[in-house]
Design a protein around this ligand. Structure first.
Ligand SMILES: C[S@@+](CC[C@H](N)C(=O)[O-])C[C@H]1O[C@@H](n2cnc3c(N)ncnc32)[C@H](O)[C@@H]1O
Length: 171
């Protein structure tokens, strides 16, 4: 599956819908040392190679303020992944797990996310450590790491709701 696009013993594919429910825009491209899925790290590490995230115009101004954060969350489109494999056998031992119980790149919407260390910013280029994707991987979004971010907008009612407040599912 992930490694060579084969379907292994115990795995299951489904037919993907013909039309997508939403569209995304690639806002940049990730430049990394890895050109092959077989040698790419499975999960990036904070002391890993420095990678360059190139932001395309007209999105470069959206970087304003990002240098306040030591760590960022990067979302990317794992563009070489198949999307139809819902049961996967990572060890190829006949034991399959659901795609949603894995961080496999093979998923219905092949979105990768990674918390990274911000190294520096040079114009439209953001240099980071801890990525784990192929050179040329399309960029979907950049955000401050959630643990470092406090909402800047004024508080609103839902911010203080707890389990005992009205909830959609349990009504
Ligand atoms: C296990 S995924 C983890 C991605 C992300 N850190 C996450 O947890 O959502 C990383 C693996 O995806 C594969 N991969 C990396 N870039 C890819 C791309 N652009 N398209 C398809 N597969 C990719 C490589 O095999 C790599 O080892």
């Amino acid at each position: 599956m992930v490694r060579r696009d084969e379907v292994r013993n115990g795995e299951k594919t489904v037919t993907m819908p013909e039309t997508p429910d939403a569209g995304v825009v690639f806002i940049g491209r990730i430049h990394s040392p890895w050109t092959d899925r077989l040698t790419c790290p499975r999960l990036g590490r904070m002391d890993g190679p420095i990678c360059r995230i190139e932001i395309f115009e007209p999105w470069v101004d959206a970087l304003k303020g990002i240098d306040e954060y030591e760590r960022l969350e990067v979302l990317y489109w794992l563009h070489q992944s198949r999307r139809d494999l819902i049961l996967q056998s990572p060890k190829n031992d006949g034991i399959a797990r659901g795609a949603f119980s894995l961080r496999s790149p093979v998923r219905p919407n092949p979105i990768g996310t990674q918390n990274v260390k911000l190294v520096r910013i040079e114009g439209p280029n953001v240099f980071v450590q801890s990525l784990d994707c192929l050179d040329g991987t399309p960029l979907l979004d950049l955000k401050p790491d959630r643990d470092l971010f406090t909402p800047i907008a004024p508080r609103q009612t839902g911010d203080d709701e707890t389990r005992n407040a009205a909830s959609g599912d349990e009504r």
